[in-house]
Design a protein around this ligand. Structure first.
Ligand code: AQP
Length: 340
């Protein structure tokens, strides 16, 4: 184990470009964590992306663009390990083994599968159903201690904990897999849709108006925020006043997360003002925060060979941690030693 107090693992799927939800719930937090006393491992989870149909050219593009977004947001590949999941075959190997530890009843309780499969559950891929076992493997393969995620992934991290405990118990392996903690912090752990504040903002929502994409230009951001669902009341001065106002709470949370302040701070500034005042301020803040990231993503995308080099280098470093842990798993399970 490294000399750091914590080992962090998290990942993002290379599907459809990043939303403001992914940025505030995950990416911005990853950058903050990089500044702390932690060894951070960040992944472009391309194996997860193919749980739903992907065009070859889109997957290649989205893998590079998400890597560019990590770099543009401030992930420094000399301090954090940044790699693509398919570049380290140990993920798939441990995913199979942990799929044999996880129980079907546990998978049946995963709300994200129900949301994503909808009425079509018989026709979606088996991978979409078993994906949480692969996610457990992603985390446990590095003996990660902490997993920064948005609120929607909390149930999957809890499942990872259950899988780790069952594996340790079934194989009499004491505390071989550490039991990882979810890190769900910040003022916007669940950014909601701009059109329906009861639904999370998502890359795969059919309506582009429901989300802000990290690469949207300033005009688009201003238009989307102007049209975002709100209500006719002025903003309250205290957080309690947001309790039954989902859309207002969402917009205030987004402002707070972008500005790096608390919701209470935002309300201290805008309490008593209507959305006619607040929305333009929010739009300006969002556009100003995302524009430099967008510009840097475009610059990184001009040199795809360099992106591929960074991922390959990251994969080699990730494998140097993962391979000895998987060697031990083989021994614990009773497989013959892995070929070197
Ligand atoms: N709306 C959100 N608010 C806060 N955090 C969010 N995350 C996702 N949506 C929000 C966090 O972003 C990280 C990466 O998510 P992912 O791409 O692996 O998959 P997801 O959770 O399924 O995200 P999407 O945007 O909804 O993608 P699609 O539409 O492709 O399924 C995770 O930490 C997640 O919590």
């Amino acid at each position: 184990m490294s000399t750091h107090a914590k080992r962090i693992f998290s990942g993002i799927q290379p599907t459809n470009g990043l939303t403001l939800g992914n940025y505030l719930g995950a990416m911005k937090r990853f950058v903050e964590i990089q500044e702390q006393d932690a060894e951070a491992i960040y992944c472009v989870v391309d194996l997860h992306a193919i749980t739903q149909p992907q065009k070859r050219s889109d997957l290649l593009h989205n893998t590079r663009e998400l890597t560019a977004a990590y770099l543009a947001s401030g992930i420094d590949p000399s301090r954090s390990i940044l790699f693509n999941q398919s570049g380290v075959a140990e993920h798939a190997e441990l995913g199979w083994i942990l799929g044999c530890t996880a129980r079907v009843g546990w998978m049946n309780r995963m709300t994200q599968f129900k949301d994503k499969a909808g009425k079509n559950a018989e026709a979606v891929s088996l991978g979409l159903y078993s994906y949480p076992a692969l996610m457990a493997a992603d985390i446990l393969l590095y003996h990660a201690t902490h997993v920064p995620v948005g609120d929607d992934q909390k149930q999957h991290v809890e499942l990872t904990r259950d899988i780790a405990m069952k594996f340790n118990n079934d194989f009499d392996a004491k505390d071989f897999f550490p039991i990882p903690e979810p890190l769900i912090d910040g003022p916007a752990p669940r950014v909601m849709s701009l059109r329906d504040a009861s639904k999370k903002m998502s890359k795969s929502d059919p309506s582009d108006q429901s989300r802000i994409n990290i690469r949207d230009d300033a005009d688009t951001i201003v238009k989307k925020i102007k049209k975002a669902t709100s209500d006719a009341e002025p903003l309250p001065s205290e957080e309690d006043g947001l309790k039954d106002r989902l859309a207002a709470k969402n917009l205030v949370s987004i402002y707070a997360a972008l500005a790096g302040v608390s919701k209470a701070d935002v309300l201290a500034e805008f309490g008593g003002q209507g959305f006619g005042v607040f929305k333009p301020k929010l739009a300006e803040l969002a556009a100003d925060s995302l524009a430099p990231i967008s510009t840097k993503i475009a610059e990184y995308m001009d040199d795809p060979a360099e992106i591929d080099r960074i991922l390959q280098d990251g994969a080699a470093r990730a494998r140097s941690i993962a391979a000895p842990i998987l060697d031990q798993v083989y021994d614990i399970v009773g497989f013959l030693p892995r070929r070197k």
